[in-house]
Design a protein around this ligand. Structure first.
Ligand code: F6R
Length: 614
């Protein structure tokens, strides 16, 4: 959601900004713009893709070694050339890009209007740049960083901003509250971006700007950081980026999503590396060990997350309650944060997040922290806000996920949560040694089995062709596979725009069964051992109403094959591990349908990869 990139140094800024904006495209946006400073300030912005901005700017003056760029995901004001960022002060000297929402912008706008400011756009961002101009006019000779800081003390809301000023031409000011910003430190140059993807090809040395901090960068000068509210100097913590440029390229695949689906045997193995040994009979998560006392005393685990990560949380509820016999509650972070929840210091609150930047999840964690719970992050993006605010945590090590539809991060989350359930079960003595060992052996085989599922690609593509014109689809599953039904439906709707519902199979007769006719594809996940007979009955119920059944079954299944229209056979495994296999055909199915419907698989309309506003 919104992307920021900025550069100051000896190089030409424009190519760095454009490349950076392309790297940030995956976050989701609907317009793009840049501002270049070279004596004068030039702002170029366009509704649509970064390529449209490039086309528009190609015969313009692109000189300047200081510049800021932005991809905008519209919140206040429609996506158009005027509302696109950057925004300029009334005198045109100060230029700003912004990610987030200024909540008190209407009040500020009114006060500024009374002081003679006029506005061109409908955005909250333009109000902020006028506020900075107003402060600059009020306090003559204040350095830019101080002007911006004072302005920000008057702002309520979430933001990441970068600001340049014609009167202070080499300097860039960056500040953040709740929205992320990373500063790359090169040789006599600085890069600033919403995440590390535009920076990694230039430098590996980065500083993650802390919440409520403001930085000032200028070539050949030390990075300066202060807190916005207290005006206290902070010592920058320089970190080494652990990211490779190849991870940000498609590597021969048509889409990032397809690449990421195929990466899963490796990403699942990476998630387990060093954390489990079936041979020696142990499973160990550093974060859980660090907080062993808290986990031992915990009376409940509360999971806060959104979207696909919430589905991973639902699987965790099955896993942790089933194996470790510890009560689990799974909450939409967006609901938890506003519903006066009962959370105590005996609770552990798990935040599951790919990006580590989801605004609702961050806010829910803040509440949990205030109520004294231990907060634990299960995160993919290293150094992200959630990773930094939690008391302990485990990275899933899936590598950068660029496709908006989450795939490898989901299986990474489920793998990690399975390891956590096993580790807690062992500590709590709620699992027999035999079953524990069996699950260790089986989970180590999962990467190989996922590889086997990939071989079904052609069959899945064929089925996709049969249902690509459907307007609706139903996904059914039970037990461990109920959340997979939800996830399969979400994958289909987000990238192919087909309306899909996920349901616990037995709930179908309480409503959704009314929808079933010969035009309704019904995807049923039937790998469960415990509820197998019951699922057969559910499939019969669909067939009796002429629904088309696509069944995900265990290799060698005979019963469901007799009644389903299509069966996709996946390798056998222990029941708690089936989600890691059953989700793969559903990812491939939605991918192929989206390609057939000529949808933009990696950047579906209206969606953002990092949902940094609530
Ligand atoms: C769907 C998807 C989203 C995210 C959700 C939470 O494919 O990716 O539903 O799962 O926006 O994002 P994170 O995991 O970054 O907190």
């Amino acid at each position: 959601m919104c992307g920021i990139v900025a550069y100051t140094g000896p190089k030409k800024a424009y190519p760095i900004l454009i490349k950076g904006l392309q790297r940030l495209e995956y976050r989701g946006y609907d317009s793009a713009g840049v501002a270049l400073l070279n004596g004068d300030i030039r702002v170029y912005k366009r509704k649509g893709k970064v390529s449209e901005l490039e086309d528009f700017a190609k015969d313009k003056n692109l000189s300047g070694s200081v510049g800021i760029g932005h991809t905008r995901w519209a919140t206040h004001g429609k996506p158009d050339n005027i509302n696109a960022h950057p925004h300029q002060s009334g005198d045109g000297n100060i230029v700003l890009v912004h990610n987030g929402i200024i909540e008190n912008y209407a009040v500020l706008k009114e006060a500024l209007s009374e002081n003679g400011h006029t506005f061109k756009s409908e955005t909250d961002t333009e109000v902020l740049v006028h506020l900075i101009e107003e402060i600059q006019n009020q306090y003559n000779n204040l350095p830019l960083e101080e002007v911006v800081r004072v302005a920000l003390t008057k702002v309520i809301g979430a933001y990441a901003i970068v600001v340049i000023d014609k009167k202070d031409p080499d300097k860039i000011i960056a500040a953040r509250r709740q929205s992320p910003l990373v500063i790359g430190i090169g040789e006599d140059e600085y890069y600033i971006a919403s995440d590390a993807t535009p920076i990694v090809e230039h430098t590996k040395h980065v500083v993650y700007l802390g919440d409520g901090e403001i930085a000032s960068v200028e070539p050949k000068k030390e990075l300066q950081i202060k807190t916005i509210d207290e005006n206290e100097t902070q010592i920058p913590a320089i970190q080494e980026l652990d990211m490779k440029i190849e991870q940000l390229e498609k590597g021969g695949y048509d889409y990032f999503m397809l690449k990421e689906i195929h990466e899963q045997p490796k990403s699942i193995a990476d998630c387990m590396r060093g954390r489990i040994s079936a041979e020696d009979g142990w499973v160990l998560l550093g974060g859980v060990e660090e907080q062993a006392k808290k986990f031992a005393e915990a009376e409940r685990i509360i999971i806060a997350s959104c979207g696909t990560s919430w589905h991973a949380g639902l699987i965790a509820e099955y896993l942790i309650e089933d194996l470790a016999r510890l009560p689990v509650e799974v909450e939409y972070a967006s609901e938890l944060r506003y519903r006066n929840p009962i959370i105590t210091d005996k609770d552990i609150v798990l935040a599951i997040s790919q990006s580590g930047e989801t605004a609702d999840t961050l806010a829910a964690l803040q509440i949990a922290k205030e109520k004294g719970a231990l907060i634990y992050g299960i995160v993919n993006a290293v150094g992200s806000s959630i990773a930094r605010m939690t008391d302990a945590g485990s990275y899933i090590h899936a590598g950068p996920e660029i496709g908006v539809a989450s795939t490898k991060a989901f299986t990474g989350q489920v793998t990690l949560l399975t390891l956590m359930a096993l580790s807690l079960a062992k500590k709590r003595g709620t699992i027999t040694d035999e079953y524990f060992q069996k699950l260790l052996v089986e989970i180590e085989k999962i990467p190989g089995k996922v590889e086997q599922v990939m071989k079904l690609n052609e069959q899945i593509e064929y089925i996709a062709g049969e249902i690509q014109h459907a307007n609706n689809a139903l996904y059914l599953g039970r037990g461990y596979n109920f959340p997979i039904a939800l996830e399969g439906a979400l994958k289909l709707k987000e990238i192919s725009y087909i309306h899909a519902e996920g349901y616990p199979a037995a709930e179908m007769k309480h409503g959704p069964i009314a929808l079933i006719d010969e035009n309704m594809p019904v995807v049923v996940i039937c790998t469960n051992k415990s509820a197998y007979e019951k699922i057969i009955s559910n499939v019969q119920e669909v067939k009796a109403r002429k629904g088309m059944v696509i069944a995900i079954v265990t290799e060698g299944d005979k019963e469901i094959k007799k009644i389903a229209d299509y069966t996709i056979e996946i390798p056998d495994t222990e029941e708690p591990l089936t989600p890691l296999l059953s989700v793969i055909p559903l990812q491939l199915l939605s991918y192929h349908i989206a390609v057939m419907r000529e949808c933009n698989v990696d950047q579906p309309r209206n969606l953002a990869k990092s949902v940094t506003v609530e």
